[in-house]
Design a protein around this ligand. Structure first.
Ligand code: ATP
Ligand code: BTN
Length: 330
């Protein structure tokens, strides 16, 4: 990436106009060099307005991630974490997975101000933008094997709900197995956040989980257009911007607590809390199979290993998260 692109985006982060000349002077480069770096930012999907006589500006002010501010927000557990903030990564999960074999430390967290090729489950993509989203991945090493981690994505959901509720986003609910939705009166639920967990290690242990989380802060229409399901963001729900440093710190604090309890007792100790926040508990749903089949039923329970139990006309059926998607039954 052009080495000047992020220094320029830092200057533009206040949301005000900056003339090409001012930027060039501050960074001690030519105006043509500034122009080139701005082109690069646009190629990465950052929307920059350019007005003759006034200069360049972002569509609105953005708060960029700052390691110290995140650590302060974590509180007493801050020493547990090794935090890396990047200006730009294609995918924080891909970055962490690539570094796993190099002995990346337990509780390493990598966050990106701009993630340009984020991944969801099964090759789907996760849309994000500068100031529009919080994107990060946390590495957690477990003594147990990958087979004991089947409820992990649900446990992480509990941490997200605790963090969001503590920040006043009380409408946040869970959707099995890995989504956070906003459920508001008389409105279709909108997806606020997603969790992507990738595992490495033996079935017998030890194992490592890369826990990727994407949360929408303030999605511009341009990004929303690329999302093929109802999506929402914190700014629309809370009616105010939430500082991403405070959000990331609060999430890490709750992740530390939830993951410690998961390590000791598995998903069992978190199960009741998960059910309490499941948007579709006791609701009619359809389960979408990878081959296009659909199973209709009512959600009755979730098991200690994260399996969802659905009551169907053919009796109770059990679904594990791998390939299945849950939707409200119309
Ligand atoms: P499941 O119910 O199985 O989790 P899903 O449709 O939520 O299914 P995932 O793989 O979990 O699928 O998430 C990826 C999907 O999330 C994308 O296909 C897209 O529909 C949606 N998506 C992508 N980016 C965003 C975003 N920023 N905000 C909300 N939703 C998004
Ligand atoms: C989903 O809903 O399928 C999960 C989406 C997970 C997105 C996050 S953003 C940070 C991390 N890096 C990625 O490439 N994906 C996850």
């Amino acid at each position: 990436m052009n080495a000047l692109t992020f220094p320029i985006l830092r200057l533009l982060a206040d949301g005000k106009f900056h003339s090409g000349e001012d930027i060039a002077q501050q960074l001690k480069v030519s105006r043509a060099t500034v122009w080139n770096a701005i082109q690069e930012a646009e190629k990465l999907g950052v929307e920059i307005f350019s007005v003759r006589g006034r200069g360049y500006k972002l569509s609105q002010a953005v708060t960029l991630l700052d390691e110290q501010a995140v650590l302060n927000a974590i509180g007493e557990h801050r020493a547990w974490f090794k935090l890396e903030v990047h200006d730009h990564l294609e995918s924080t999960n891909s970055y962490m997975m690539k570094n796993l074999s190099g002995g990346q430390a337990h509780a390493s967290c990598v966050a990106a101000n701009l993630q340009t090729n984020g991944r969801g489950r099964r090759g789907r993509s996760w849309q994000a933008g500068l100031g529009a989203s919080l994107t990060f991945s946390l590495l957690w090493r477990f003594q147990c094997g990958a087979s004991a981690l089947s409820g992990l994505s649900l446990a992480v959901g509990v941490a997200l709900i605790r963090a969001l509720h503590s920040l006043g986003i009380a409408q946040a609910q869970l959707k099995w197995p890995n989504d956070v939705l906003i459920v508001a009166n008389n409105q279709a639920p909108g997806k606020l956040a997603g969790i992507l967990i990738e595992l490495q290690g033996d079935m017998e242990g030890p194992s490592a989980a890369v826990i990727g989380v994407g949360i929408n802060l303030n999605l511009p229409t341009k990004i929303k257009q690329h999302i093929d399901q109802p999506a929402t963001d914190i700014a629309s729900v809370a009616g105010r911007q939430i500082n991403p440093n405070e959000l990331l710190g609060t999430l890490l604090k709750h992740l530390a607590e939830v993951l410690s309890s998961f390590e000791q007792q598995g998903f069992t100790s978190l199960r009741d809390e998960w059910i309490k926040h499941h948007a579709y508990h006791q609701q009619p749903v359809k389960m979408l199979h990878p081959d296009g089949r659909e199973t209709f039923g009512t959600v009755t329970n979730v098991a200690d290993d994260g399996i969802l139990l659905i009551s169907t006309p053919l009796g109770e059926q059990r679904f594990s998260s791998g390939e299945i998607s849950l939707r409200a039954a119309e």
